[in-house]
Design a binder for this molecule. Sequence first.
Ligand code: FAD
Length: 422
Amino acid sequence: MTTSRRRFLTLGAAAAGLFLPARLAAQAAAPRVVVVGGGFAGASCARALRQADPRIAVTLVEPNRTFTACPFSNAVIAGLRELSAQEFTYDRIAADGIVLARTAATAVDPSARSVALADGAHLAYDRLVLAPGIDIRWNALPGYDEAASEKMPHAWRAGEQTLLLRRQLDAMPDGGLVVMSAPANPFRCPPGPYERASLIAHYLKTKKPRSKLIVLDAKDAFSKQRLFQAAWAELYPGLLEWVPLSKGGNVTSVEPATNTLITDFGRHKAAVANVIPPQRAGRIADAAGVADRTGWCPIDPSTFESKLVPGIHVIGDAAIAGAMPKSAFAANAQAKTCAAAVARLLAGGSPPTPKLINTCYSLVAPDYGISVAGVYQPSGGQLVDVPGSGGLSPTDAPRAVRAVEATLADAWFRTITAEVFG
Ligand SMILES: Cc1cc2nc3c(=O)[nH]c(=O)nc-3n(C[C@H](O)[C@H](O)[C@H](O)COP(=O)(O)OP(=O)(O)OC[C@H]3O[C@@H](n4cnc5c(N)ncnc54)[C@H](O)[C@@H]3O)c2cc1C
């Protein structure tokens, strides 16, 4: 019997009015869950755990005082929105009775069930949830290290990098060349580079119409491709050029000193360079032993428990979630599924078989939205598409429908941030 299960049974015995020796009664402490990472996955999971069972003592480990959301950060880059609209505090989460440890987790000892924190403290857990998002694979693209990102921003974690890219676009003279690179799969937010390309193209069209944008891609296919390409042909002809892998789009190195992206076919010297580099799970996943050789974390699709280390669950971008994309919508859905499973496991029960939903909206212009939706279920140890579910925006929809989808995108962001942080 697990420690946590013993705790709950002890509580149950007390509730039933059974006699408990003082020593045993003193052990009837609440089960402890530590959640590392206060993003869409971790913050949502912490709250869902308290809702599933208020007896669970939940600690959320997150070094930042405010969370800066990536969805809609492409609109910040294009000058359509301020970064402050992306920032959320943890005040309401603390008000839910969740203990906040305002520091980073640095190590995990799975045998002692303990997390080490950067401030020197240790947190004991009965179950641990890791939700650290992504880390950049520095130097996986030769020449692209942390110093290079100050010259050629990735802006793939929202905040200072987002503002840097925006400032560079603002400072660029009309007629300048913007070059973006998109990585091979898997990476955070599959449609994100193409939404960014669209909104940068919108910025150039409206503010610097003699300029041009080239997107160098390590792939031949991408999310919502037909919808994006149809919209680009309609809105940004001659302004936005997408170069797929098969046409020499794969960037093999970068040269920060000259702002140049290099492919097997040539060199692209940019006025503004946005490099979206290869990624991996946040590094605490590695430290905990839950990341495999891919850099991402294999999980059980019903509970999100690590396939490598029992007692540790991984959710959000860090997890290998099969057909589910790495999105904030998916992170929130996984958080709730994981919380329900953890609460059941702590109570000695077995978790239900989940179905999870994802919808990703993208803006091609401020009043032009498109979306893709999917429903997923466990099968063969992975999350797979539920046959016949999900879908894309229609390819031949009138502009009024695109405008409605842009409004829906905004409504989605307000709803998810209110649910997770509000
Ligand atoms: C440009 C862009 C646009 C996007 N648009 C959309 C969109 O429209 N819709 C959508 O659904 N998704 C979108 N996404 C994807 C979305 O942002 C991510 O999928 C989502 O943030 C994943 O949530 P997460 O909780 O796994 O990671 P995050 O939200 O990144 O949260 C991780 C948290 O963990 C913390 N952390 C990391 N390591 C530690 C540690 N050792 N100790 C303590 N804390 C730690 C970090 O500080 C961070 O707060 C977009 C992404 C980008 C880059």
